[in-house]
Design a protein around this ligand. Structure first.
Ligand code: SF4
Length: 264
């Protein structure tokens, strides 16, 4: 395999663990990211938690989270769920309440997908212990008021009524997208890609770590949105698949690692 820096590597197996990119929230123009000062993404908020500094976060009193930004959204070109952003929104909503105890926090969601162990408990705690309000409904439009606050229009799908909320800060839960640098690796190896942009696997569920190409293996978000435990399990499974493959390729070798060392 020839790398982009011109170096050639000879290898009997390749593991592609190319990760993911975050959906570019600018593309959802109706949410105003990059247009209105007080709109940020989940990644921006996480950076604020780490550094304690972001000019958009100045003691906000009303904060909203929008779930499924660029996920489960045909118009954005992604029908799949990104799996991690509901849990991230609940976590970040609690952290915002802890940082700004006088604030009101709203989560706008289509439906909540919190399937990890204890995740449901965190969701209940967000409501009971921290007073986070969950509103079932998709945000339709965001605009800016004269005083710099945001006017969010949504539909409360439980009450069946339109809703308007004025906020000081809006956080967009950007979902996962196939990695752009990963695509470059895929192009080098001529790896098949599915309609959603993620790499194809050899045999669906049964061989999720094997590419249709012999000797090419996959792990993590290279084949679709993954949670952290799924990624770790994938990595272990891929290592075992590679071990099995090399044993198949070198059936006479008692120790293919030794063989590879001798060859290269
Ligand atoms: S995890 Fe939640 S926020 Fe993320 S895409 Fe799925 S349903 Fe939407």
């Amino acid at each position: 395999m020839r790398l982009t820096n011109g170096i050639t590597i000879l290898s009997d197996a390749v593991l592609v663990a190319s990760g993911f990119d975050l959906f570019d929230a600018v593309k959802k123009e109706e949410y105003g990211y990059g247009i209105y000062d007080q709109v940020m993404t989940n990644a921006d908020l996480e950076a604020y938690f780490k550094t304690g500094s972001d000019k958009r976060v100045t003691n906000p009193k009303r904060i909203g989270f929008v779930h499924c930004v660029g996920s489960r959204d045909e118009k954005s070109g992604c029908r799949s769920c990104s799996k991690v952003c509901c849990a991230t929104a609940v976590k970040q909503a609690i952290e915002v309440k802890q940082a700004f105890p006088d604030s009101e926090v709203f989560c706008f969601y289509m439906d909540l997908r919190l399937f990890g162990r204890h995740y449901e408990d965190i969701y209940l705690s967000a409501q009971k212990d921290h007073g986070v309000r969950f509103i079932r409904g998709r945000v339709a439009e965001v605009s800016e008021n004269h005083d710099g606050t945001l006017l969010v229009k949504a539909e409360n799908t439980v009450a069946g009524k339109p809703l308007k909320v004025t906020l000081d800060l809006l956080v967009l839960m950007s979902g996962m997208r196939p990695s752009v640098p990963g695509k470059a690796i895929g192009d080098l190896l001529e790896m098949p890609v599915e309609e959603d942009g993620y790499f194809a696997v050899r045999n669906g569920i049964a061989a999720g770590q094997r590419s249709p190409l012999p000797g090419v293996f996959l792990a993590g978000a290279a084949t679709g949105p993954k949670t952290l435990p799924e990624t770790l399990a994938d990595a272990r499974a891929a290592a075992m698949e590679i071990d099995r493959y090399l044993t198949e390729v070198f059936p006479d070798a008692r120790n293919y690692k030794q063989l590879v060392r001798e060859r290269w």
